[in-house]
Design a protein around this ligand. Structure first.
Ligand SMILES: [Cu+2]
Length: 123
């Protein structure tokens, strides 16, 4: 009888301690999981077609660290030339890759055909 009385009193206490331990463990592990789930923004590759003496899209917005590939689909050579970057000659059928690391708005042209205009926005 004495054992029973003692047991009834201490069992909930043990349970509470155990429950508190479980809650703490779960909270700690879920906080850890959340920290792991937050990766840096994925780097993307964006395409700009050079076709019929035009850049398409003429204005492109990317995140810093993203890559931009100009693909020349014309039979004439072109360039993508702006402040801070210059592709040099992109031959017919060729492409040029640029990693946009610096934030800003960059207007660019084709140095062979300066009426060809484009704009790259790096956020
Ligand atoms: Cu051109």
């Amino acid at each position: 009888m004495i054992f029973q009385k003692h047991s009834k009193a201490s069992f909930p206490k043990f349970l509470m301690t155990f429950a508190a331990f479980l809650v703490f463990t779960f909270a700690a592990s879920s906080a850890q999981a959340q920290a792991k789930k937050k990766p840096a923004a994925k780097k993307q590759t964006h395409m700009i077609a050079i076709s019929n003496f035009k850049f398409a899209p003429a204005t492109l917005t990317v995140n810093s660290g993203d890559s931009v590939v100009w693909k020349n689909a014309d039979v004439a050579p072109h360039t993508a030339t702006g402040k801070g970057f210059d592709s040099g000659t992109i031959a017919a059928g060729a492409s040029w890759r640029f990693t946009a690391n610096k934030k800003g708005t960059y207007s660019y042209i084709c140095s062979f055909h300066p009426t060809m205009k484009g704009r790259l926005i790096v956020k």
